[in-house]
Design a protein around this ligand. Sequence first.
Ligand code: SAH
Ligand code: SF4
Ligand code: F3S
Length: 452
Amino acid sequence: MSDDLEPTTHTYFIRTFGCQMNVHDSERMAGLMAEAGYKAVDNPAHASVILVNTCTVRDKADQKALSDLGRLRQHKKENDGVILAVTGCMAEREQENLHRLMPEIDLIAGPSQVRNIVPMLKDVTPGKGVRLGKLYSLPEMTTPPAVRPEGVCALVTVQEGCDKSCAYCVVPRTRGPERSRPVSAIFEEVSGLVAAGYREVTLLGQNVNAFGKNSGHGDSFGDLLRALNGIDGLLRIRFTTSHPNDVDEGMIKAMAECPKVMPHLHLPIQSGSDAMLARMERGYTVAEYRMWITRLRAALPHVAVTTDLIVGFCGETARDFEETLSIVDECNFDGAFCFIYSPRPGTPAHKWEDIPPRELSVERFHRLDERLNALVLSKNQERVGKIEEVLVERYDSSQKRISGRSPQFRHIRAVIDDHSLSPSPGDLVSIKIETCTKAGLEGKIIEKSLLA
Ligand code: SAH
Ligand code: SF4
Ligand code: F3S
């Protein structure tokens, strides 16, 4: 893009696939582009720069991005001067293939290039080939300004990268090694968010509770939680995703002792079979996972625990799968994301041929999903008649409804029938739960908390 154009003539549209880290990377790229004078538009057809921020964790993620890019590539062919850029994890892993498959793409850059988005775009000459982004040598992690959606909850990256080597996973190859931001920088960012009206932060990391390890700054994840807990006006702190091998007593103690840290831990177990965990190279056994859950629940009796599960991994027998069903019951999870194993080129497991037949994995997936749905529904039913404290995230004035989350991350809606309460986003309200489905709870506001 030539510099002689007035920056304000540039418009951009960002499409985001993948996890919350990618969502936040898009917010950071939007922040940098806004700072450089680019204007956001909500339709790619009106944008001079179209950015597709991709995910590559499973084959389905690749397919979604490729089909979107197929359409955008056509749009670019019909509209001279439009810049098409691909960022994110697929861009990191598939640079050469993407370039070969779609030579019209102007820029292909991995996640470590987020901070360079503006200079990279300025270097692009429309229609003149592609710039391959490469993983830089990982300097100290900085967070550029972000454009976040208006609201109450904000995402904040505190840790990035993964030093584990699960046999099935591409993430260490797309996000690089583990590194953490300094506590002081995160404290400053969160304080700024509170001053701007945000009331809840979700701390993000590929292994968020590996925070501080390998960084040399000496602060642990527990130290980070304690520091943020001291920020006036901040009501809630959440974090995702934690790794079982990075849980420690310090983290559990901080969760138990910091009232703003919400009682919810998303802790992927992946499988209930030790044989599968060993082949996945997860680095823990079912007994070790169970031990951490027991300690966590002893310290925080009301904690919700959610997890990730993979079915149909290499060599998974009927018995391995039954063990996964049993661990789901035993751990009494409050929710889970289930995935069918997707072989990823470049990972060790990609070479292994003993993948269960697809129909069998699909059948296992449905059985597991059914079991989890029943568990979640029964957990939600237990809340009926109880009072939940909810941070109001949305207020729908036409329907006179509010929605938000309970401390345990349950989705809750309520009808406002008492106008004197008139809650607005950012308020804490007490809701008496009347009904539920597996998707969430519904009730009536009985009190607006004085805390908010
Ligand atoms: N770092 C986190 C998870 C990050 S990836 C952890 O290890 O706990 C998010 C989830 O995607 C994983 O927990 C896993 O369940 C799933 N996943 C990753 N690679 C996968 C693959 N090749 N096939 C299916 N699911 C996969
Ligand atoms: Fe992937 Fe394992 Fe790292 Fe999680 S811990 S990101 S599953 S390699
Ligand atoms: Fe996908 Fe990369 Fe996140 S592969 S899940 S966007 S870390």
